[in-house]
Unconditional design. Sequence first.
Length: 137
Amino acid sequence: MADDELTELLGSLEHRFWDAMVERDAVAAAALCDEPTMVAGASGAATIDRAMFTSMLMSDGWVLRSYEITDVVAHRVTDDVAVVAYRVHEDLEVDGEDVALDAADASTWVRRDGTWVCALHTESILGDAYGRDRATS
């Protein structure tokens, strides 16, 4: 598979995942996750199973209203492992307040029994590389 085809495939899988989050379709989103899967971002790093992921997606504290993915790049590591990275703009409601953010996301996809699942997803909120644009605690 050429890199363009791989980028299209993984980009499509990422869109399916994000669409499932907008629709709050925990079954569809969890089906795209490895068992377990790892996540890393502003809240830290964790290994979560599908049941925990479903609980997190359905929690009342946040709702993903919309998203826009751009600048998708992908790389095949082996026949059954590939990575994808992209920029994403998110419009959310968090604890009753509207929030918009821009991030750089990356996922590692693994093919298991012919089906691609996400083994690791990371999100880095964009800003100054040294954190100078953030308040200190």
